[in-house]
Design a protein around this ligand. Structure first.
Ligand code: AMP
Length: 279
């Protein structure tokens, strides 16, 4: 597996791949890799002849008081996992490699970037969109793979690629979960045993809403209320949002038209947990 730390070596490898007519699939991550990340690599391997993962804990997507300093950094273990599943390259840049001094440009996707998680985390999605745009321009992949676990992020990146005519395909990959339904996340390690036992309530609330929707309930407020009730009954009191939105655009609708998604964000102890489900 090739390890790239600077722009030049990455670009040289990518040019060689392109010249050989290879299709390159790209998976941006912040590391602390788990089976959810690896499922993105597997999806890329099925559709592409080369796969490249980036590991970069992006400072611009963390707000003041958020967990940038504590965010788990497990580069050696990450590299072993990627090597084992047959990833072709890892891009592991320093902050100055991504953001050289003097930069002035950022990408904002609005209004979506200020809603849902963006309301609680001002500037977060501008940081995400900007780093992903920089990475796309450095790598110039044929396809990029994102987890549907971060549904708002996936929707926002697809919107950015569309709006800015970026020449690549954006692929969404289903959420990988623990046996009890908790979505895998690098932040699950912040949970104590007691908090971990409460955390699967997110998935149960989503499943409950899905059952009601499939039983004919079409009022988003009712669905949200039911999911909220289940969260509270399971000891999850710090609820950031529970919302039903249009599955493709994430626009809020008074009456559900088609393919809605329910999105949830809560705080459990030190962790902010998010999850979602297409109803
Ligand atoms: P992160 O390292 O948390 O920035 O995540 C990198 C990529 O992995 C993003 O596209 C995430 O949506 C995706 N991802 C994280 N957790 C999961 C999961 N449980 N299942 C599928 N994809 C995931």
């Amino acid at each position: 597996m090739n390890l790239f730390k600077d722009r030049q070596s990455l670009k040289a490898w990518m040019s060689a791949c392109r010249n050989r007519g290879e299709r390159v699939g790209f998976i941006p991550t912040m590391g602390a890799l788990h089976a959810g990340h690896l499922s993105l690599v597997e999806a890329a391997k099925k559709q592409c002849s080369r796969t490249l993962v980036s590991i970069f804990v992006n400072p611009t997507q963390f707000g003041p008081g958020e967990d940038f300093a504590q965010y788990p950094r497990t580069f050696a273990a990450d590299q072993t996992l990627l090597e084992e599943i047959g990833c072709d390259g890892v891009f592991l840049p320093e902050v100055a490699t991504i953001y050289p001094p003097g930069g002035q440009t950022s990408v904002s996707v609005e209004p979506l970037g200020s809603q849902l998680c963006g309301a609680a985390r001002p500037g977060h999605f501008q940081g995400v969109a900007t780093v992903v745009a920089i990475l796309f321009n450095l790598v110039r992949p044929h396809a990029a793979y994102f987890g549907l676990k971060d549904y708002q992020q996936f929707t926002l990146i697809r919107q950015m690629v569309d709006d800015l005519c970026m020449p690549l395909e954006v692929v969404g990959v289903p959420t990988v979960r623990e046996a009890d339904g908790l979505a895998l996340s690098s932040r699950n390690r912040y949970l104590t045993d007691e908090e971990r036992a409460r955390a699967p309530a997110l998935f149960r609330a989503l499943t409950h809403a899905q059952e009601l929707y499939r039983g004919g309930e079409r009022d988003p407020l009712r669905l949200e209320e039911e999911a909220r009730r289940l969260l509270l009954a399971s000891g999850i009191e710090n609820i950031d949002y529970v919302e039903v939105r249009h599955g493709a655009t994430l626009i809020r609708e008074r009456e559900i038209s088609t393919d809605p998604v329910m999105l949830i964000a809560v705080r459990v102890g030190k962790a902010r947990l998010i999850d979602n489900r297409l109803l």
